[in-house]
Each structure stands twice: as C-alpha cells, then as structure tokens.
Design a protein around this ligand. Structure first.
Ligand code: DGJ
Length: 743
C-alpha cells in the first residue's frame, strides 16, 4: 500500500486498501488528473483516460494539431489562459503584467509519514506507517518559480490531504493572486452539492442542490471561516444516502477567508476547488521566498454520508486535534454567561459554582466581563487584567476559591479584539486593522487587533499568559465577536496589503500555538459569537468549539446534526440552558435539552439555583449519565438516522467500536395525535448480540442486533391522546435516550 510511480507512463497511483488516486504527467509536462474513487488495479498505463479530441471553438496547444487542448483535459493544478478557460487553481501576476504561467513536472519524492506545514494547522501521523506522502515539484522555467504539490494518503482512512507550496527561485518579485489548496477535475457532474450554511444562531444548516453547468460556490470574505458558510462541502451521487453510495467530502483546514467551488463545464466535467478566497488576496513572493497554502482534506466514501462523516470524525479527533485533552474525557462545565451576563459579583459567582458542584459539575467557567472596565459590551476589551471592583482578589483569588469548592476554573478571553474605550486602545490606537484616512467600521463596538503584526500578538500573549501563570486556570473559552472590515495593516507596505487577511490568521495560529505550548494542560474551547469559526483549523489548537449561541433544544438538533457531517461529537460545545430560551423564547423540556447537549462537549449555561428540586434531581441524573457515557459518545461511531431538516423527528446514535454498547437519541419536534406505529432502524450493532435496552435507568427489553437493525426499535409513542397506564405522555419537543448493552 502507498504510492507508486510508473516511469514509462509517468503515472502516479496513490492508494490504500479502498481508494485510488491517479495522476499523470501530460504530454506538455503539466499534470493531469485521471481518477479519484474506489480502488482500481495497479496498472502501468491508464492513459486511455486522457481523451484528446477535436471540438469546435477550442484552442489547441500544438501547432498543426487540433487535439491537445487543456480545456478538454482533467488537470491537477490548472492555470488559466493557455487553452483552458475555466477558473484556475493558481494565478501569478508578473512584473510585466502577464498572468500566464506554465508549470511543468520536474521531479517527485515519495516517502512514509506526513510533513508538518510551517505555521499552519494540518493533519498529522503518529507513526510513519500511517500514511504515505507524494511531493511533486513543478517549475515555470520563465519565471523560475516552483510549486510543490503535496499529497498524503492515509492508510487506514479514505482520506487524502493536499496543499501547495510556492517558491521563488528567480530574481523577480511576483504576486500570487490565487493559490488553491486543492483542485480536482471529476469526469461527470452527476452530483448533489451539499453545503453547510446559515447565520448567527442557525449555523451549518444542510443545503442541497444538483450541480449544474456553471459555477456554484460558497465562501467567506469576512476574515473568519464564518457562521454563514462552513469550509466543508460534499459531492454526493443522487442515489447515495446516509448509509450507502458514493460521497466525497472536501474540507479546508483553515479559519479565514475561503472559497469552495465546483465549476461544471460544457462537457459536464466538474472542477472542484478549495482554498483561500482570491477576493482581496495576493501574496508578494520575493526572490527566495516561499508561500504555503493551507491544507485541504478530501474523503471518499462508498458507504454514504455517514461513512464519510465517520472518516472525518476519526481523522479530525485523533489526527488533527492534539495534546493533553485530545483523548481525555471532557469535564462537565457550567458557564455563567446566560446565568448572569455582565451582571455578577464574586459572591454571586461563588454561589453559582457551589450549586454546580452539588449537582456534579466539574468545571466552572467565568465568561465575559471580568476584566478592565468591562461591565457592558462597549468597553474594556483588550485590558486583560481583573476588574478589582468585581473581583477584589483578582482571578488568582477567585480561581483558588473555585478550586476550594472542588471545581476546576475556566476563563473567557477575546484576545483578538479591542474597544476604543480601553487602556489598550488609548495607548496603541494604531494597532487596529483600519485603512488610512478611512472610517473604521465597528462590530459590537469593537475593533480587530492587527494580528498580522508580531508586536501585537506578542503583547496579547504576555497579557494572557500573565493571568494564566498566576492563577489556577484549567480551561479557556476563546471568543471572537466580529469580522474584519477596511482590511489594511500599518505594519506592511503597499505590495503586501493583499496578505493581511491571511497574515492575521497566521498570527492567530501563532498565538494559539504559543499558549498551547506554555500551558499544555489547559483545555481550549474556541468560539466566535457561537459557531462563527467552527472549522478544522482551530480544532488543531482547541479540541472543542462552542457550536452556536443558540441553545434552544430544537434548534440545536439542526445545528449539531449539520455540524456532525464533518466534525466529531467531542468537538461540539453543547450546553443546557434555561427556558424560556434566551434566543427563541421557546420552552422545551429539561430532559430534551439534556439529551441534545449530551451529544457534544456537555455543560450548563444557567444558574442551577433557579431550578426546582425536581429539575435539580434531573440535572444530577443528566450529569451522572454524561460522566458514565461521555467516552462512548465522544469516541464511538456516530450515525445520523433521521434528519431534522426533513421531518418532525430527529434521531442519531453512537456505537462502541466493539459494538457492545450503543446509545440512541430520538427527538420529536411537535407532538402529533393518533399517528402511525413507528419504528427506527438502528445501525452499527452486531447482528448476533442480544442487547439489553434501558431508558432512564429502567430496563425496557432485550433485542438482538439483527432485530434492531432490520425490524427496528419501536418508537411508537403515546400520541394517541389517551395515554395508557405507565406510559409517559409526550408533548412538543419530546425525546428519548436509549442505552443498549450487549450481554
Ligand atoms: C459570544 C459568545 O458566543 C457567548 O457565548 C458569550 O461568550 C459572549 N460572546 C460574551 O460576550
């Protein structure tokens, strides 16, 4: 298994036991794409896949020939303007104004393992045998610029990681104005394009459409991966579903501006692309300088969308997330934000924490408002020292008091931002991102610190590290609450202004990395007004992310369901909050709120003292349940069963690797009356095992895996309007959590 190169045909075959990826050096020296999909045999020669045919109104490369047109060829890293008229993977503006390039194959390297990408998050291997890497060196002789295309194929996962590195070996300065991480020409367009889009409070909704001739794309130009579109899309055969059929997933390990695009040409070839969004982007490549693109990961599954998600879950949970917390059980936390907002005192926080401890919470998190003059959202950001009026003994004192209660302590930061009404802004007004002589727009009365400048990142690092060094802090919630406008940095000259969006993200990664290194045992949770930067880039530094500010149990089913297509359950911060819900004013049962949040990195976002005795008992029970099963929920194989985007029911389940344990969550949105008799076919069980089924601690039967998977689990409920004795009446936003344990 690995990567083979056939010298006679100049063909590369990347493969593991299930998938193949074929590349060929074309007659003109550029790289052609032959195939990506289920494994095909080792053959010297797949050149029949290169179809050189005459087509009217095309342009041809060779004189006196009407066959070789790049427009008709599937390519690996295409350029525009030399007979291909589709959108390209790269574009380089040259001193004479030309943008024409011609990158030809020079050489290649094949080796075991996977390289790291300097300054960028990327998947990794723990032993060299886990993956094989191919580096193909291309050169444009006229420019003396080289591109190295990197491909890593994982042996146990049907995934290929890709990126490109540019290097200027010449004497001139060039501007890279487009540099995709991935470009893939697929031979047909029989795909549904599935994107994960939304807005604040409704992140990552599943949106599907058939590919059409022309260009379909999603992206972000906001300086963050965004609530609006996620850097992840799928191409799915129309006949494929959650459990069977061909699906490809494309994911960009990046937290800034991105573009994910499919161009279907007039011959129904689909050109899939992913990388940094070209709008406003350029990178000045001086002699001897390099530019590395972020990494993109392509996954192929013949087992439908669940099959694809399971590959991403394993890969991102164990070979993208890193560090002390990667494999550890995540603490049950209580965050004070929705309990107090800015209105708290030390005493109130301690009271909330004591109640939390009583019910089994493990970590208390102090959110926004503890620092500088911050008592409303209009001031104080940037002043990372404790507000002594509210916290007379500072964070040092409070964190000790929380530990004395028996809880770990976590703290909120928004390191990338500043309010004008702050000491930081007053001393460094030139540290924000703003365009000279233009009005800087605000968002939530705050401005974005210029993280493209090292001195700004260094300053924030020292401020944050000081608090962490002197206090007992086990967790950080790293928030980011506005997008970048008037993008310009006072730290760079005119020719580098197109780099600022990307340099900002590099500065962000650098700050995360330094804090990760100095404080390896702190659990980081990223956040951006909820799920505005829920992307694989940040998972490298923070193994969990606040999925959405919307904590309503019904809305969260959609948000978590959509998020689960690419991201592991362990990465989704999910909290139980009070009702009426603060975002929607909706009332849902506490049980359902707990059942939704249990499929995430679990916690509470409320003051437990405001609950009744019965509710407190249920909270204790929820926490007991989560502590018992969180390992299974976070590391088991996750299956989506019923989609909240398609009907009144949502269901998902998780099964352990040995199939001995499983948990099924079943949700009904609106109650219905006198309905049909329902069943839910389960997945991932062993046909032959006898499973004991329990619900809320009561055994409710024993069934074989084959029964539960083929006949289904009975989900008929008491919706008849006349509830039989012993049966729980159901209402709106009703749910069940079923545990299956094999004998
Ligand atoms: C936005 C976050 O998503 C919330 O959870 C909370 O931390 C607020 N910011 C605090 O300002």
């Amino acid at each position: 298994m690995g990567i083979l190169y056939h010298e006679s045909t100049k063909e590369f075959h990347l493969f593991n036991s299930e998938i193949s990826y074929l590349i060929k050096v074309l007659r003109n020296g550029q790289l052609g794409q032959l195939y990506f999909g289920k494994k095909v045999p080792q053959k010297e020669d797949y050149s029949y896949l290169i179809e050189n045919r005459y087509r009217p109104v095309s342009a041809y490369v060779y004189d006196n020939e009407y066959t070789f047109s790049l427009e008709h060829l599937k390519q690996e890293y295409p350029a525009y303007g030399t007979t291909d008229f589709r959108l390209p993977a790269l574009e380089i503006t040259q001193p004479n104004g030309s943008r024409i390039t011609d990158f030809k194959y020079v050489s290649h390297k094949i080796y075991k393992g996977k390289p790291t990408l300097k300054g960028l998050p990327a998947t990794y291997t723990e032993s060299e045998d886990e993956a094989d890497t191919l580096e193909i060196l291309l050169r444009d002789e006229l420019l003396n610029v080289e591109i190295t295309l990197l491909y890593t194929i994982f042996q146990k996962e049907n995934a290929i990681a890709r990126s490109a590195r540019f290097e200027n070996k010449g004497m001139e300065t060039y501007q890279i104005t487009r540099s995709m991480s991935l470009s893939l020409d697929l031979p047909d367009d029989e795909y549904e394009w599935i994107q994960f889009s939304g807005a604040w409070g409704r992140e990552r909704y599943v949106k599907t459409r058939m590919l059409q001739q022309g260009i379909q794309s999603v992206g972000s130009t906001r300086g963050a991966s965004s609530h609006h579109h996620n850097p992840f899309v799928m191409l799915k055969r129309p006949t494929a579903d959650e459990f069977q059929g061909e699906v490809m997933g494309f994911s960009l390990i990046y937290s800034g501006n991105f573009l994910a695009q499919a161009e279907v040409d007039t011959y129904n070839v689909t050109r899939m692309m992913m990388g940094i969004h070209p709008l406003g982007f350029s990178w000045c490549l001086k002699p001897k300088e390099e530019f590395q693109t972020p990494e993109a990961v392509m996954v192929y599954s013949a087992e439908g969308m669940n099959g694809m998600s399971q590959i991403f879950h394993r890969l991102y949970r164990t070979r993208l997330a890193r560090g002390f917390w990667r494999d550890r059980e995540r603490p049950v936390l209580l965050n004070n934000w929705e309990a107090t907002y800015f209105d708290f005192t030390r005493e109130k926080l301690l009271e909330i924490a004591k109640n939390a401890k009583e019910d089994g919470v493990e970590l208390f998190v102090l959110d926004d408002g503890w620092f500088g003059s911050r008592c409303t959202e209009t001031k104080g950001l940037g002043d990372w020292w404790p507000n002594e009026e509210r916290l007379p003994d500072g964070i040092k004192g409070l964190s000790q008091e929380i530990e004395d209660i028996g809880l770990k302590f976590g703290l909120w930061f928004e390191p990338e931002m500043v309010n004008k009404d702050s000491e930081l802004y007053r001393s460094h007004p030139d540290w924000i991102i703003q365009t000279p002589d233009r009005h800087p727009s605000h968002g939530r009365k705050q401005y974005v610190l210029d993280f493209s400048r090292k001195e700004v990142v260094d300053y924030i690092y020292e401020m944050v590290a000081k608090i962490l060094r002197e206090s007992k802090i086990s967790y950080i919630k790293w928030d980011m609450n506005r997008n970048i406008t008037e993008c310009f940095s006072a730290g760079y000259g005119a020719e580098r202004q197109g780099e600022i969006f990307h340099r900002y993200i590099l500065g962000l990664y650098d700050l995360y990395d330094r804090l990760n290194q100095e404080f390896p045992q702190i659990l980081f949770e990223s956040c951006a007004s909820g799920g505005g930067r829920f992307d694989p880039g940040l998972l490298y530094y923070a193994p969990q992310c606040w999925t959405s500010d919307d904590t309503d149990a019904a809305e969260r089913q959609k948000i978590q369901y959509g998020t689960s297509y690419a991201y592991p359950i362990s990465s989704m911060g999910a909290h139980v909050s009070i009702t009426p819900n603060h975002q929607l004013n909706r009332v849902t049962p506490l049980k359902t709120r707990g059942n939704v949040a249990a499929f995430g990195a679990f916690g509470y976002e409320l003051d437990l003292a405001k609950l009744t005795k019965e509710e407190r008992d249920l909270v204790k029970e929820q926490i007991r349940f989560v502590k018992k099963y969180r390992k299974l929920i976070h590391t088991g194989t996750f299956y989506r069963l019923l989609s909240p985007f398609e009907g009144n029911f949502t269901a998902w389940m998780v099964a352990s690797e040995d199939k001995k344990q499983a948990i099924v969550a079943y949700f009904k949105t609106l109650n219905d009356v006198n309905q049909e008799f329902r069943k839910l076919r389960l997945k991932g069980l062993d046909q032959a095992y006898l499973y004991h089924m329990t619900e809320e601690g009561r055994e409710t039967g024993a069934f074989y895996g084959s029964e539960l998977m083929n006949i289904g689990m009975v989900t008929t409920d008491a919706s008849a309007g006349e509830v039989s004795a012993g049966e729980e009446p159901c209402g709106d936003f009703w749910s069940r959590m079923v545990v299956l344990e094999a004998e």
